[in-house]
Design a protein around this ligand. Structure first.
Ligand code: FES
Length: 126
């Protein structure tokens, strides 16, 4: 039911963890399933130098967090804002219909981190 790519990103998630002194942090949750996704970014001159995530959620949420962080790493803030859950799903060779909301969470988490960055004006919160 899951593609090999989903299984790979679930079993070996990329970019897991936190970034100390991140200047962008986003957290989103899904009220229905209770899953939570937190994204940390280190953004310099509008480029996402580093990105990490912590996801307390299902396997598809972990796989989409992993793929989404891979897709925005090294990109500009605007490119990352343009990332859609559909693009993440396509990169993972699809998700079962009942798991689409997990990829939406990844899109929202990236967006929320970037909104935080814009709000702070790039400043690291102590
Ligand atoms: Fe809710 Fe996957 S079941 S994020």
């Amino acid at each position: 039911m899951y593609s090999e790519k989903v299984m790979d990103h679930f079993a070996n998630p990329r970019n897991v963890g936190e970034i100390e002194n991140a200047n962008a942090v986003g957290e989103v949750g899904n009220a229905k399933c209770g899953d939570i996704m937190k994204i940390y970014m280190d953004i310099e001159d509008n480029i996402i130098k580093d990105v990490k995530f912590k996801t307390f959620g299902c396997g598809a949420a972990i796989a989409t967090s992993s793929m989404a962080t891979e897709m925005v790493k090294g990109k500009t803030v605007d490119e990352a804002l343009a990332l859609t859950n559909k693009a993440v799903m396509e990169a993972l060779d699809g998700l079962p219909t009942e798991k689409i909301h997990c990829s939406v969470l990844a899109e929202e988490a990236i967006r929320s981190a970037i909104e935080d960055y814009k709000k702070r004006g790039g400043v690291v919160n102590e």
